[in-house]
Design a protein around this ligand. Structure first.
Ligand SMILES: [Mn+2]
Length: 351
């Protein structure tokens, strides 16, 4: 592993300082398709790592971090507050406009996601990222051969990957604040370590030794979005359950509460006898779908593909046992304009 990390760091340095990146006069932009503690921790450390590589090679290129969507989950808000509180000499996070024009002239870096066409970033637009570091299964083959891509599904968090890289490069890149964010990223993304792999655990141990214990506790002590129970009640009253599968629509969901779609799906799949839960909600001009399976006859990847192939944004998550997670992001033009409840029921239940 140590050798592999060194090779990766050499490759990343070569790539970050290559002509391809230098031509991006708008600098590099790390885009977080989905803001959460793991994505934030990985992005903050990746920015430090790449900036250091650029500095050592005397290349002047800015590295910015932009996030998509809304930061609504208390856990994510706490992570952002922690980052804002401790950042010294590091620029604030920016919200991405969602317009492809704002990417022209910049080099796109994806961390904690890898889809080149991702409706959460820019719908139906080929991102052509220069650097990709992710721990999710690829949903489609990557088409650019020249980029730096490290997709490793054998870990449970992007934070683990970036921390491994940074430690192998220069351990001084990780200070107490970074350890704190990384610890929360790994803990939360692996479902309280229940889906952590040995490499996550090893890195988590280092994080815990290096972190600020009180700040860490604050970061993980925010289980559910504030409106979770409200939307769970709504799902309970509107759900359509057939045998082992359940589909529930939350109708319009404010951007701030978008995480409830995922947490309600988590709750529904844990109902006795349920092996498949599909929860959807309309957030601004998109329909967001969270899919959960538990002991289901089909893999989450197959379910996601079967239901939402070619509808964009679907991304099965790498969870080995227990609950498997997937999702989709549909444009309003891809769904009927009325009776979404019936449409989703038919899609999931086949009648
Ligand atoms: Mn992640």
């Amino acid at each position: 592993m140590a050798e592999k990390l060194q090779e990766l760091n050499v490759a990343l340095t070569e790539f970050a300082t290559s002509d391809l990146c230098k031509q991006s006069n708008g600098g590099l932009i790390i885009i977080l398709a989905q803001f959460d503690a793991d994505a934030l921790a990985a992005a903050v450390l990746l920015r430090r790592l790449v900036s250091k590589m650029l500095e050592k090679s005397c290349v002047k290129t800015s590295v910015r971090i932009m996030y998509c969507g809304c930061i609504g989950h208390p856990q994510s808000r706490a992570a952002l507050a922690e980052y804002d509180y401790v950042r010294t000499g590091e620029s604030a996070l920016e919200k991405f406009s969602g317009k492809k024009d704002d990417l022209i002239g910049s080099g796109v870096v994806l961390v904690d996601s890898s889809a080149q066409v991702d409706a959460r970033i820019v719908p139906k637009f080929n991102l052509e990222p220069l650097i990709v570091i992710d721990h999710h299964h690829l949903t489609e083959p990557q088409s650019i051969a020249t980029k730096f891509s490290w997709v490793d599904v054998t870990v449970g968090a992007a934070s683990t990957l970036v921390a491994e890289l940074a430690l192998a490069y220069d351990s001084a890149l990780i200070d107490q604040n970074a350890w704190t964010l990384l610890a929360a990223g790994i803990y939360i993304d692996t479902d309280r370590l229940t889906h952590a792999t040995p490499r996550d655990i090893t890195m988590y141990g280092k994080c815990i030794r290096g972190c600020h214990p009180e700040a860490f506790r604050k970061l993980i002590d925010q289980d559910y979005p504030t409106q979770h129970l409200h939307f769970l009640a709504k799902a309970e009253s509107a759900k359509d359950q057939r045998r082992y599968s359940v589909v529930a629509g939350l109708d319009q969901v404010p951007d701030n509460d978008r995480d409830c779609i995922a947490t309600v799906a988590d709750s529904l799949v844990n109902m006795p006898g349920i092996t498949l839960a599909v929860v959807w909600g309309v957030v601004e001009n998109q329909v967001l779908v969270s899919i959960r399976t538990k002991g289901h006859s089909e893999s989450i990847g197959r379910v996601t593909f079967r239901l939402f192939a070619n509808k964009g944004g679907s991304k099965p998550c790498n969870v080995k046992d227990g609950v498997d997670k997937g999702g989709a992001c549909l444009r309003m033009s891809e769904v009927p304009s009325s009776d979404l409840h019936q449409w989703f029921s038919k899609l999931v239940h086949g009648q």
